[in-house]
Design a protein around this ligand. Structure first.
Ligand code: NDP
Length: 333
């Protein structure tokens, strides 16, 4: 770590989320500094270098990125690429001895997640997943209500995460099943993760699930619905879509309910309770809070809010939802 106690962050994958959200949010952090770039499209570098004052020697391609091992200015590699590439990029970044932040969903399968976890453990580095909602202060108040059993034992829950977009095209990774496109991985992970933090329970089975898929080879699910069951028999409903609009996380307890509505936009998430409490106020920038939390966990050697081991559980649920949709049967998790 540097004397100024700011971690040097290198962004890997200069796409939409990196340029639209993460790079600007890094400018708002206290404990991070954007110092490096890693890309498969070197033609993107000059503009990024100019805009964020990045040195040429801190700029890498996917062919040269292993050299980052010798760069003391970089502490963290933040992987922001298509989901099916998260495993390989994370393992490579961990092998350079840098801490790794990786975007959601963590990877395609729990086995891939395990390889990422193992690589980070082997190299003695931390692995944080970009679950921005788990850092968001309103959402954290909702989590506290569950932990305190503020409204008594839970009786049910639902999580809906969708947006009314156009079906993703076949020539873009979001429209390709084998790249991790589709509603369930891209948006459904918010519903699965929302149910996990909202209930503080892990489901034991997918009772049933359904998917509406694009009718073409490698086509993705446009909408997925599912029912989870928990150890005490409680069930929860989830749905997710890239062509339908809905966005809420609702928790039912014996003595009332509480919810986030909407649950996961970049700004304006709003929490409320059955007895009229408002969880707000909304925060200006979620991603900067997320990255400062993760930087402090590294600087202070404390626990991450969303480590790889936590996100792996959600990928296990996602795989069980897919299996249940494909077989029409209940699937144990
Ligand atoms: P984009 O398609 O906009 O960008 C992805 C970038 O990944 C590309 O520009 C490219 O950057 C790099 N890349 C590396 N390998 C490949 C490959 N094989 N095919 C295509 N691109 C590749 O995607 P997003 O930025 O929207 O999403 C990236 C990740 O971030 C996903 O995992 C997504 O789920 C997550 N995300 C998270 C959000 C959140 O709120 N937490 C919001 C949006 C996305 P380069 O040209 O530099 O190599």
């Amino acid at each position: 770590p540097h004397q100024d106690r700011k971690l040097g962050i290198a962004i890997l994958g200069l796409g939409g989320y990196a340029s639209g959200q993460i790079a600007p949010a890094l400018q708002l952090t206290e404990h991070c500094e954007l110092r490096g770039l890693i890309t498969g499209s070197p033609e993107k570098l000059p503009e990024w270098q100019r805009k964020y004052n990045i040195k040429e020697e801190n700029s890498y391609t996917y062919d040269t990125m292993d050299e980052i091992a010798d760069n003391d200015e970089i502490d963290v590699v933040y992987v922001i690429t298509p989901t099916a590439t998260h495993r390989d990029f994370t393992v490579r970044a961990a092998n350079t001895g840098k801490h790794v932040w990786c975007e959601k969903p963590m990877a395609m399968t729990p086995e891939e997640c395990q390889e990422m976890i193992d690589a980070c453990n082997r190299n003695g580095v931390k692995l944080a997943i970009g679950y921005r909602m788990m850092h968001e202060p309103n959402t954290r108040k909702l989590i506290e209500l569950t932990k305190e059993k503020a409204y008594g034992p839970l009786t049910g829950a639902h999580a809906y995460a969708g947006y009314a977009g156009s079906p993703p095209p076949a020539d873009y990774w979001r429209g390709q099943r084998d790249m991790g496109g589709g509603a369930l991985y891209d948006m459904g992970v918010y519903s699965v993760n929302g149910l996990a933090y909202g209930t503080q329970l892990q489901p034991v089975a997918v009772v049933k699930a359904g998917q509406r898929r694009q009718d073409r080879p490698n086509g993705v699910d446009l909408t997925t619905t599912y029912t989870l069951r928990y150890p005490d028999g409680m069930t929860a409903e989830g749905k997710t879509s890239v062509v339908e609009d809905y966005n809420e996380l609702h928790i039912e307890a014996e003595n009332g309910w509480y919810e986030m509505d909407p649950m996961q936009p970049y700004t304006g998430v709003k929490g409320s309770t059955s007895d009229g409490k408002v969880l707000g106020p909304p925060v200006p920038n979620q991603q900067s809070i997320q990255m400062d939390d993760d930087a402090l966990a590294i600087l202070n050697g404390t626990e991450l809010i969303a480590p790889g081991t936590l996100a792996q559980k959600d990928i296990r649920v996602i795989r069980a939802i897919i299996e249940s949709a494909e077989t029409g049967k209940e699937v144990k998790i």
